[in-house]
Write a protein that binds this ligand. Sequence first.
Ligand code: PLP
Length: 385
Amino acid sequence: MEKRGQRIDTKLIHAGEPFPLIEGAVSLPIFQSATFEYRGGHDYHALRYIRLNNTPNHDALHRKLAAVENAEAALVTASGMAAISTVLLTLLGSGDHLLAQNCLYGGTHALLLTEFPRLGIDVDFIDGNTPDVWQQSLRPGTKAIYVETITNPLLDVADLRAVVEFARAHRLVAVIDNTFASPINFRPAEIGFDLSLHSGTKYLNGHSDIVAGAIIGRAALIDQINRKLGHFGGALDPHACFLLQRGMKTLAVRVRHQNDAALKLARFLETHPAIAAVNYPGLAGHPNHHRALELFDGFGGMLSFELRGSVDRAEKFIARLKLPISAPSLGGVESLITRPATTSHSGMTEQERRRAGIADHLIRFSVGLEAAEDLLSDFEQALEN
Ligand code: PLP
């Protein structure tokens, strides 16, 4: 039962839920059945089967995800990388060409550079801040443009409105990885993106206990992608669907807390003498602060920073912190800290990292749901020592 004009907090709870409730259950039960009774018809993709991503658990999530980003349709996938690879392999084939932002999540970067050449798909990297020169990279086979809302790990915010305009002008599909912002802070369909992707592993689920992905956008594209997903097999298990749906219900309260705490931490770090640089789009000194202010409802729970000194100093600082857990991934209730050169971006060569501006001693921090004051005290003691 979709109601227009509801706020995102309400949609997260009620959108897409079955009506009437199944046996009165307030929480949608898990349909742990691989296959379902045949109901007629000849379309393979209309059969109910977990790999075809169409159990009642999938259907409810698809409706909820589309509603929260004000988009036409949505799909869940087995991981964020399943979402990214299935979308790109639907849009691109041998002889085609992709324009991609030059600083991306390491796994996406590796997919583009290690798998695509073998498939005859070419990629050119563009600077998200220089739309005037993007045209120089266009080719007759260019099919899509791919960016991240807030880049991992440097927290850059590309000229997202220019990406959409450029895609329209050159008949490209505009694709964005919206993981870092989450639908609370940014809804790409509202400014005209064709497809928005998520690692559902992060904010959407928010509890660091599943791996999942989401694809949200235009219904005609989602239909094509769904058919490819059935062929490639990256469906989400119903139990993971249940956990993702449960996680999404608290997305708004979690992300707003994380927005506030991240801003406090970024402001604290910005003035600390031991810190050489802080990357957070909510800081007035961030090069894209005004763009972020115009586009987003909040600046997110991710920040990255460099201590004065070496990798050794960064490692010692991480070891001294008592609350954050040193681990890759992000967007969960526990604060996580990592050095991207050793985790999320270790798939890039040192040279590629340097070109992208990712220093070996760069630290990435994912703010959890601990009290901001406790995180600040912890940072303070670790920097003092
Ligand atoms: N996109 C971003 C921005 C990420 O940070 C990640 C993982 O860290 C992914 C996509 C891939 O997601 P998953 O690990 O769920 O496959």
